[in-house]
Design a protein around this ligand. Structure first.
Ligand code: NAD
Ligand code: WQD
Length: 346
């Protein structure tokens, strides 16, 4: 296996962190991104962080001609791509409800077209960005990988369908292998503060909303319900440091070298943290006060969700290392150093 890996969506929040950890582990990432939800500045920051240029192709994974050219150019340069980490995708649950076809076309069709280009290029290994969202309401907690797959929104369905596509693709020979990493709730930023989460518009997710309140871009945090059957009534989630998540991708790439077929693995900490607990941890870690107001429950939310992470440890030899305090401190370092994120696209 060569060290050259294609990273689709590598300019995004998680992708940029994955690229950093791939370089730190001695791999040579090549990024493909259409920049529909990211800035080329993120890649400039990554290059500054790792001290080397990162090949980037502005392209859509649905563009077969462009994707085949990426594989061919790598082959012709004497550094053929030996595997793919597929992060490119749309991820806003609420948007997926109003624009389901956009999500199925981008996430599902995009994955199908990428796999087809991989087949034509003779590349048989893929690590895929899946999501705990595919589980839907918990039958039991923690979620094991064997939990029923029962998504409740088009985004979650798109991820579940992608996993099925990967299963069927990986078992029809040719030494194909696929690992679906089911992320729980990635938050925080690289310790340097140079890269981080930069949502466009009003953040959908809790942590970037907290950091935007802290930096003065938002007046207060609305607590989406405090009457859940949880210790303090607010929603409980499994927050994982984005750098731990990124390292999990490096371990998954290594796992694919001795694996055949399809494997799904949870990436979380195995610990649940409530909204109020995260706010309290953030205030303690940063000295910033977060004004909170109680609002109604958010449609589709569940009370609690956290991972069984034993399979990741067994198969990938991976376990999340960073604490909630580190997630808060690192996330705040990014936001305070970059109050407007990456700013306007170049
Ligand atoms: P992101 O939006 O920051 O990154 C996604 C990247 O993919 C962006 O740079 C975007 O421009 C690019 N992209 C989207 N569609 C593309 C296409 N058709 N062709 C080329 N590039 C395309 O999101 P993220 O938080 O970094 O998430 C990365 C992946 O992880 C996504 O697939 C997402 O569904 C999944 N995921 C994210 C979370 C989370 O909480 N952030 C949780 C579970 C799973
Ligand atoms: C966390 C908790 C909210 C915002 C989502 C997607 C999932 C995945 C990860 C892509 C909940 C509460 C939130 C706010 C709040 N993304 N909250 N006020 O919903 O667990 O998962 O992101 O795969 O698909 O569904 O994360 O950060 O949106 O919410 O009280 O302003 O914070 O009710 O309890 P969630 P989240």
């Amino acid at each position: 296996m060569t060290k050259t890996l294609l990273v689709t969506g590598g300019a995004g929040y998680i992708g940029s962190h994955v690229v950093v950890e791939l370089v730190r582990a001695g791999y040579c990432p090549v990024i493909v991104d259409n920049f529909c939800n990211s800035s080329p500045r993120a890649i400039q920051r990554v290059e500054h962080l790792v001290g080397q240029a990162i090949p980037v192709v502005r392209a859509d994974v649905r563009d077969s001609t462009a994707m085949l050219r990426v594989f061919k150019d790598a082959q012709d340069s004497g550094q053929p791509i030996s595997g793919v980490i597929h992060l490119a995708g749309l991820k806003a649950v609420g948007e997926s409800v109003t624009k389901p076809l956009t999500y199925y076309e981008n996430n599902v069709y995009g994955t199908v077209k990428l796999l087809d280009a991989m087949d034509q290029a003779g590349v048989a290994s893929i690590v895929f960005s899946s999501s705990a969202t595919i589980y839907g309401a918990p039958e039991h907690l923690p979620y094991t990988e064997g939990h029923r797959v029962s998504p409740v929104n088009p985004y979650g369905h798109s991820k579940a369908i992608c996993e099925q596509v990967l299963k069927d693709w990986s078992i029809c020979g040719g030494g194909r292998r696929a690992v679906a990493l089911r992320y729980f709730n990635p938050i925080g930023a690289d310790h340097s503060g140079l890269i981080g989460e930069d949502p466009r518009g009003v953040p959908n997710n809790l942590f970037p909303y907290i950091t935007q309140v802290a930096v003065g871009r938002r007046q207060y945090l609305t607590l989406h319900g405090n009457d859940y059957k949880t210790p303090d009534g607010t929603g409980v989630r499994d927050y994982i440091h984005v750098t731990d998540l990124a390292v999990g991708h490096v371990r998954a790439v290594e796992f694919t070298q001795n694996q055949q077929g399809f494997t799904a693995v949870n990436l979380g900490t195995g610990q649940g943290t409530s909204v109020l607990q995260l706010v309290e941890a953030f205030e303690k870690a940063t000295g910033q006060q977060i004004l909170c107001k109680i609002g109604p429950r958010r449609q589709g939310d569940i009370a609690g969700a956290w991972a069984d992470v034993s399979l990741a440890r067994e198969l990938l030899g991976w376990k999340a290392q960073r604490t909630i305090t580190e997630m808060c401190a690192d996330g705040w370092r990014w936001q305070s150093m970059n109050p407007e994120g990456y700013g306007q696209e170049v």
